[in-house]
Design a protein around this ligand. Structure first.
Ligand SMILES: [Fe+2]
Ligand SMILES: [Fe+2]
Length: 167
């Protein structure tokens, strides 16, 4: 893909977002299986459902633009997955693994938020307004998911700290 114009950058970032959402739709159920904490599991599974809709919303934006959906590999999510796989080789206890997964989940939400903010801004500037509500719906759900993961993480880290101190 030759990148010469703002439209090309928009399409590149849309294609990267398509890859990110598809990868996360695979990773979230894996995280849900990995944790024994019911709240964390529930949060990962609920966001998996939302993420499946995010994939469809991006497909719809491609359709609005009269283009076939294409995915361009995003290395940030791949890197998060690799870090996770390295971490797990150290056989962390369950509560620490869940805290790690919640943090990794938050990192992916902030990455998504940054992409959607850029995409919304570019769509408004370039006259692709029909895509904006689709991006906004995704962005709102990423923000809510990040907040939920942070709350669960806070509660679990308090619990882990207390049991580590024998309280
Ligand atoms: Fe998403
Ligand atoms: Fe997300």
């Amino acid at each position: 893909m030759a990148i010469q114009h703002p439209q090309d950058l928009f399409l590149l970032q849309l294609a990267e977002m398509y890859d990110i959402e598809q990868k996360l739709a695979q990773v979230l159920p894996e995280l849900a299986r990995e944790t024994q904490d019911p709240q964390a599991r529930q949060a990962f599974l609920e966001h998996e459902q939302e993420t499946r809709q995010h994939v469809l919303n991006i497909q719809q934006c491609f359709q609005i633009l009269g283009r076939q959906p294409v995915a361009m590999e995003n290395h940030a999510v791949k890197g998060l997955k690799q870090d996770h796989d390295t971490f797990i080789q150290q056989h962390p206890p369950q509560d620490i693994l869940t805290l790690f997964d919640l943090s990794a989940g938050s990192q992916s939400e902030y990455l998504e938020m940054a992409y959607y903010q850029s995409l919304i801004d570019a769509a408004n500037t370039l006259g692709y307004q029909q895509c904006v509500p689709l991006f906004q719906q995704n962005l709102q759900q990423e923000m809510a998911a990040a907040q939920k993961l942070a709350t669960i993480s806070h509660q679990l880290s308090m619990k882990s700290a207390q049991s580590a101190h024998g309280v």
